[in-house]
Design a protein around this ligand. Structure first.
Ligand SMILES: Cc1cc2nc3c(=O)[nH]c(=O)nc-3n(C[C@H](O)[C@H](O)[C@H](O)COP(=O)(O)O)c2cc1C
Length: 167
């Protein structure tokens, strides 16, 4: 049986929405959990791990979780970010996650934009190191939208197909 965990970290709900879209496209048996409540990782055949990009990178709690993934575990990574899709900032964070979990078998990755909360935007736009993406962040205000959720569902199906063919 192919037991699947979808684990996510989400401060303002964007990554959670993507996690739910992925989860709903997967076959049973499956579990959806915030990473803080996810345990027994070696019981799963496949683990999806999602996070928001924070300060160009992976949130510390997620980094710890990625390092704790068992050797050879099949993993699919996903992220949400305020920066433009495909921009260097968004790519670097997911690449950092791939390297951090290099003991795992990374099946595939997915990322999409997520609106930046007004509070975060106000604080972050005053910090020079965030200027690069804070400017772009305004146009993320409608994300994740229905297209993003549909892409996330397609990603889930694609990862399942890849993961099955690797068994
Ligand atoms: C503290 C903080 C730092 C952030 N840093 C970045 C960043 O460096 N680059 C970026 O593209 N988005 C950044 N964002 C925006 C989030 O990645 C984006 O809004 C994400 O969709 C939030 O996901 P969540 O709702 O699951 O928490 C930041 C947001 C916060 C709150």
């Amino acid at each position: 049986m192919h037991k699947i965990l979808v684990a996510y970290f989400s401060l303002t709900g964007n990554t959670k929405k993507i996690a739910e879209a992925i989860y709903e496209s997967l076959p049973q048996p499956k579990i959806l959990r915030p990473i803080a409540e996810a345990s027994g990782l070696d019981e799963f055949d496949l683990i999806f791990i999602g996070f928001p990009v924070h300060s160009h990178s992976v949130p510390v709690k997620v980094e710890k979780f990625l390092k704790a993934i068992p050797q050879g575990q099949k993993v699919a990574l996903f992220s949400t970010h305020g920066a433009l899709t495909g921009s260097r900032l968004s790519r670097e964070a997911i690449e950092h996650a791939v390297v951090t979990a290099s003991q795992a078998k990374i099946i595939s990755t997915f990322s999409c934009r997520g609106k930046v909360s007004p509070q975060a935007l106000e604080v972050l736009s005053q910090l020079p190191e965030h200027e690069a993406w804070a400017d772009m962040a305004a146009s993320a205000s409608t994300h994740p939208n229905e297209h993003d959720l549909e892409d996330a569902r397609a990603f889930a199906r694609w990862v399942m197909a890849l993961s099955r063919s690797e068994r």
